[in-house]
Design a protein around this ligand. Structure first.
Ligand code: ADP
Ligand code: TYD
Length: 207
């Protein structure tokens, strides 16, 4: 199968959406067919699950139920959008993918890491991004960037939780340096964009 899956990862407010837009515009201008998705979401079912996960604070979700719901949203996205697009040799930019569940539910909620990782193989049918970009940001900076907006259910989990998530991401990236590009998310939007585009250009086939 050709096509390319690129995932953007990092704690909340680290600049993923901003850079997803820029990468999308750049790749389209270069002639690639690109689909951009966000997680949880981007299918009817996955957006409905997103509402349960982020907006409904009255459901009293258990940590395991939370992990399974993020995973269910992803399984649907893989089958309905990502695999069909890859089979048409398209580029997919994913604002979060399986590593989010390993970082947030594994490292953050402290669910058994191996079990969470193994579940992702079923969820994604073994699909792993060709390139994953980690937007590394301190928890203090993340909280400062989001000071003006209301917290969703996950964002309300607190600083110690986010610290575990950040360290979890750094551990994941260190284990697979070939797949990950770690960017300093405090750099300027222009600088980060240049870094990401250069990296993706070095890995992607010409359209
Ligand atoms: P995410 O998708 O990771 O939550 P966003 O792209 O929505 O992050 O960015 C969160 C906030 O930080 C936005 O207000 C955005 O304008 C700002 N921002 C994004 N990138 C940078 C950057 N490199 N430096 C400073 N602020 C940034
Ligand atoms: P979103 O608004 O997309 O956050 P951001 O702008 O930071 O990317 O909300 C997604 C939230 O859900 C975010 O707090 C991370 C969390 N999340 C998990 O805990 N596990 C997951 O598997 C995924 C995909 C997201």
């Amino acid at each position: 199968m050709s096509g390319m899956l690129i995932s953007l990862e990092g704690i909340d407010g680290s600049g993923k959406s901003t850079q997803a837009d820029r990468l999308l515009n750049h790749l389209r201008a270069a002639g690639h067919t690109v689909t951009r998705v966000r997680e949880p979401g981007s299918t009817g079912l996955s957006e409905a699950i997103r509402g349960m996960l982020l907006e409904h604070t009255d459901l009293n979700l258990s940590d395991r139920a939370e992990a399974m719901l993020f995973s269910a949203a992803r399984a649907q996205l893989v089958d309905e959008v990502i695999l069909p697009a890859l089979s048409r040799s398209e580029v997919i930019i994913c604002d979060r993918f399986s590593d989010s569940t390993i970082a947030y539910q594994g490292y953050g909620r402290e669910l058994p890491l191996e079990q969470i990782s193994n579940t992702q193989e079923l969820v994604t049918r073994g699909l792993v991004p060709s390139v994953s970009i980690l937007f590394d940001l301190s928890v203090a900076d993340s909280l400062a960037r989001r000071a003006e907006s209301d917290d969703d259910r996950m964002e309300a989990a607190g600083a110690a939780f986010l610290e575990r998530v950040r360290n979890g991401y750094l551990a994941l990236a260190a284990k697979d340096a070939q797949r990950w590009l770690v960017v300093d998310a405090t750099g300027s939007i222009e600088h980060i964009s240049g870094e990401i585009i250069a990296h993706v250009e070095s890995r992607i086939e010409r359209p």
